[in-house]
Design a protein around this ligand. Sequence first.
Ligand SMILES: NC(=O)c1ccc[n+]([C@@H]2O[C@H](COP(=O)([O-])OP(=O)(O)OC[C@H]3O[C@@H](n4cnc5c(N)ncnc54)[C@H](O)[C@@H]3O)[C@@H](O)[C@H]2O)c1
Ligand SMILES: [Fe+2]
Length: 382
Amino acid sequence: MDFNQIRQFNFPTTIRFGAHAVKELNPYLRQNKLNRPLVVTDPVIASLDFFKSIVEALNQDGFSVEVFYDIHKNPVKSDVYRGIDQWDATERDCIIGIGGGAALDVARAMVLRVHHREDLFTYDDLIGGDVYVTGEVPFFVTIPTTSGTGSEVGRSAIISDDITHQKKILFSPKLLAKIVFADPLLTMDLPPAVTAATGMDALTHNMEAFLAKNDHPICEGIALEGMRLVSMSLKSAVLRPDLTSRAQMLLASMMGAIAFQKGLGVVHSLAHPLSSLLDTHHGLANAINIPYGMRFNIEGFEGKFLRMAHALCLNEHHGEAVVNYLFDLNSTIGIPHQLRHIGVKEEHLIPLTDLAIADFAHPNNPKPVFREDFENLYRQAY
Ligand SMILES: NC(=O)c1ccc[n+]([C@@H]2O[C@H](COP(=O)([O-])OP(=O)(O)OC[C@H]3O[C@@H](n4cnc5c(N)ncnc54)[C@H](O)[C@@H]3O)[C@@H](O)[C@H]2O)c1
Ligand SMILES: [Fe+2]
């Protein structure tokens, strides 16, 4: 690291973390003179008891509450536009995102859109659209219900084009939540398959951020501790969840998202095309690809793999031990080792490769990834 160069490190999110943290929501809104929240979630969460209790408590405390939940599993632009129609029609004063990455991404994109009404993808960060995010944004609160993307502490939203399914990134420091209520009790009843997939997304964030080529020792420290928490708690969170495993996974997920401001890498670039082309859940796509992507990264980065092996509490401290751990972990938590087991067909491999090489994540991979590398990696994982 060149210490003559000045760098910027940002960690400004306020997080209220712990069992029953969500009970602080109503007093917090009152304190900030907010009375008319628009709660944004997804259709599954909208039907769950914990969600209904949050809304009921708001109603009982005299808030005027509107709920918007009509969104896709991999959110698209029209979801955001419909949410904004509801905002406009019902004169709201803040947005509360409650959910996993999908719901929180829609909530965050709506936060942007309230006072930025050009076509949503004008603000696409990948074409420099962040410079147009100049207006005000409404008050924004996030409440995570999965332990995976860590979107609750993030500043970006991933929204796809309705027709091409291409993923766009909306980014601005203004899109950071004012406060996060991270209550592990809300994740208690996450089904095992969702716990496994989202947990592997959190692990991928921590590992890829640790390896990413930018210099950021603060993020690296956070990522190593995030890996340790996953190694201690993901299996129990899937197989016999309790407050400790759920709470540690929620921490690991937020730590992964804080760490990945350093960058991601080859595994996310392998995963994104599976979601855009085949609607695969983001965490599952990462989970299947991570052993192959990590093996690709070992050569030249043996020292970093040694440190990851220590963080993961392995008995052997080298790259192959890390890869074997990832395969074993996937087996234990019910994630297949091959893409063909989730419906990927041989004829998908080239279109997937085309999308992967164009993806935004791999330029931060510790070593360059070429088109033939992506094709090879998909063939290995297939
Ligand atoms: N903004 C970012 O930085 C970022 C980063 C990575 C991924 N993403 C996006 O996040 C999305 C994935 O998010 P995710 O992995 O959290 O999954 P998700 O939001 O898609 O949720 C997975 C499933 O679990 C259900 N669910 C959520 N909480 C639950 C609970 N407490 N109990 C029972 N069921 C529950 C949801 O309804 C959904 O069916 C993708 O759309 C991806 O593009 C965003
Ligand atoms: Fe991810």
